[in-house]
Design a protein around this ligand. Sequence first.
Ligand SMILES: NC(=O)c1ccc[n+]([C@@H]2O[C@H](COP(=O)([O-])OP(=O)(O)OC[C@H]3O[C@@H](n4cnc5c(N)ncnc54)[C@H](OP(=O)(O)O)[C@@H]3O)[C@@H](O)[C@H]2O)c1
Length: 387
Amino acid sequence: MGYIGYRIGLSTKAALRQTGRQVGSLSRSYATTSRAIIYSQYGEPVDMVRPYEHQIESEPKDNQVLLRLLAAPINPADINQIQGVYPRRPAFTTKLGTSEPTVAAGNEGVFEVVKTGSKVTNCKPGDWALPGVSDFGTWRTWAIAESADLNPITEHSNLTPVQAAMVSVNPTTAFQMLREFVDLKPGDWFIQNGANSAVGRAAIQIGRMRGLRSINVVRDRPDFDAMKEELTSLGADHVITEEQAASREFQSTIDSWTQKAPIQLALNCVGGKSATSISRKLAFGGHLVTYGAMSKKPLTMGNGQFIFQNIHAHGYWLSEWARQHPEDKKKLERDILKLISEGKFKTGPVTTNKWTDGQTEEEFGETFKKAMQASLDGSGKQVMVYE
Ligand SMILES: NC(=O)c1ccc[n+]([C@@H]2O[C@H](COP(=O)([O-])OP(=O)(O)OC[C@H]3O[C@@H](n4cnc5c(N)ncnc54)[C@H](OP(=O)(O)O)[C@@H]3O)[C@@H](O)[C@H]2O)c1
């Protein structure tokens, strides 16, 4: 669904792009049909979400911006929010016109700026925009937002929507974790599990750019060699399996790689025994940073690691940093987009799922639910693309 001029029957994004300004100036009675993925209670994600078609104003007022979705990924935290197990819970409201309080889901994505209100100075039609606040509700085709709540991307000629849609959460987290806890110098080592996750792939690449060396743990799989090759091509020095990371015998191999240079930083995406394994690779006084819990198992560490190895265990939550440093977060996003556009940083493999105006509301919802189920099944990163 798209932009609908009630009086003259414009209904497609093409019409909007060609005539948007003119149409906007003709009348105040235009509305845009948006479709959103919403939920009204917590529970099993695929059962909780539903499509919701509604009208929004086509004429942004004052500091408002009319946005059209380009692409939005499905991330683990989005799913955790719908499950009700994520600490940040967006307020349920009737803002979208639902009869009961609901939330427009999705946190990450990129929109195209279609129209701006008379007081907007930070973006213009044709720019792209990332959400500049948490809980934006990115799984919706059209939205009206306050310009202050956006991070406008003026230069996007060398970017694809999928690349831009995936910069806000995972690469930024990797970047921050590599600089916040240990003052790593070129040649220093770090170790991480979940190394093939979007965060892990970003850490490999950012680490390599800084001259850091990395040991990367992934779950064993039939195509381990292909995964190893792929992560190595991103800049990983070594890629090992969880079994190797857990094995005491394998330590001598790691020592031969590092020449017993101290590993001061371990990034933990997984929890459980995997976290124990990587924390055991840390040198005296090393830092374990937990940012994910993909195994859903508690973090386990030996008492001796604290007593005799003086290991420091931290958590990292990007949302908290972004809340405290919103402008730094926006700048970091722009910096990473620049690296992407210069071909220096790659987003990981994704499956794209298309939303089109030709779909019925039900098809729109089913397309999303299939993508969400694939994400829950571990079938790789899913991205919704609105064409
Ligand atoms: N704290 C923060 O600020 C912050 C910010 C961003 C992301 N995160 C968290 O970081 C984690 C990764 O996010 P992402 O978007 O990068 O992930 P992703 O690209 O969707 O990849 C998921 C990763 O988790 C692994 N995994 C899945 N189930 C697992 C299990 N049962 N045991 C061990 N590993 C498992 C996958 O390995 P396989 O390929 O083997 O399935 C893959 O490496 C999530 O927990 C997310 O919430 C946290």
